[in-house]
Write a protein that binds this ligand. Structure first.
Ligand code: PBG
Ligand code: ZN
Length: 322
């Protein structure tokens, strides 16, 4: 008789046959930087996550170093917003200044710059608008400009999250023209119009002022279409692709990893984090066990890297186990 239990008899046996592992090297930790001085604002819906002003950012870098995290994803919250999101592509803007600070203090840390307009536009949409319409082609040069601006500041990787068509090509061309041939693009390819982004929009002050993002982000019902998005971004020059959210979309991660041979990144988003933190606080779940189960689930689905707000904790837990 086949007895699969034979390989589960002891912890050592289970460790030996384990198929998937969560590694610190593959974790990416999101960081929110806010314009202003002496700010370390807790994000209420995301316990443990803070918005830091640049003069307080060192505290966050210390936490990152202590945990052994090697890559961060940076988001900026500007002091002023306008119709065209100028703060996103101003080289004195919050993100370029934060990148320069980080690269000076911790040059070996991989800094991934999220590129989008929604944190910088008065209307909160990811592109330029005309009336109620979110403009595609008119937005591309601005995304390209922001990307060059972040690369020039020292960003190691550019991560466009806007979901405009053709943006990877526009960004790649602009980076190449300015001599940033070696700056990789990690594209949010399969990004769904999800309610799981709620807490992030509090953290990044980026909720749309009217309507929703359904004309540019994907319909949660569509898995096959996600493969088209990914194919498009790879054809345009993406070096890595992100699927987002993660947990309700593991089939997307699985399909992507089976169909495409570039690194697949799972974004374990703010709402997923908030739910775990809330239930853990109530004592209804064991936070560490639930988080590690989610992480290994993403690895099993085929994620190479994981972007997660739990990254500092996960790194500490992994270190403690060894
Ligand atoms: C901005 C952006 C969002 C997230 C990452 N980049 C929000 C959105 O599209 O509304 C979501 C991240 C999260 O929820 O953790 N385009
Ligand atoms: Zn956006």
């Amino acid at each position: 008789m086949e007895r699969t239990r034979r390989l589960r008899q002891t912890a050592a046996m289970r460790d030996m046959v384990r198929e998937n592992h969560v590694r610190i090297d593959e974790l990416i930790y999101p960081v929110f930087v806010i314009e202003g001085e002496n700010i370390c604002n807790p994000v209420e819906s995301m316990p443990g996550i803070y918005q830091y002003s640049i003069d307080r950012l060192q505290e966050e870098l210390n936490r990152i170093r202590e945990a052994g995290i090697k890559a961060i994803l940076i988001f900026g919250i500007p002091a002023h917003k306008d119709e065209v999101g100028s703060g996103a592509y101003d080289d004195q803007g919050i993100v370029p200044r934060a990148i320069r600070f980080i690269k000076e203090k911790m040059p070996q840390l991989i800094v991934i710059a999220d590129v989008c307009l929604c944190e910088y536009t008065s209307h909160g949409h990811c592109g330029l608008i005309r009336g109620q319409e979110i403009l595609n082609d008119e937005t591309l040069p601005l995304l390209a400009k922001a990307s060059v601006c972040y690369a020039a500041a020292g960003a190691d990787i550019i991560a466009p999250s806007d979901m405009m068509d053709g943006r990877v090509e526009a960004i790649r061309r602009a980076l190449d023209e300015k001599g940033y041939l070696n700056t990789p693009i990690m594209s949010y390819s399969a990004k769904f119009a999800s309610s799981y982004y709620g807490p992030f929009r509090d953290a990044a002050h980026s909720a749309p002022g009217f309507g929703d993002r359904k004309t540019y982000q994907m319909d949660p019902a569509n898995g096959r279409e996600a493969m088209r998005e990914i194919a498009q971004d790879i054809a345009e020059g993406a070096d890595m692709i992100i699927a987002k959210p993660a947990l309700a979309y593991m089939d997307i991660i699985k399909d992507a990893s089976q169909n495409y041979n570039i690194p697949i990144v799972a974004y374990n988003v703010s709402g997923e984090y908030a739910m775990v933190k809330a239930a853990a606080k109530e004592g209804w779940i064991d936070e560490k066990k639930i988080v590690m189960e989610n992480m290994v689930g993403l690895k099993r689905a085929g994620a190479k890297m994981i972007i997660t707000y739990h990254a500092l904790d996960v790194a500490k837990w992994i270190t403690e186990e060894n």
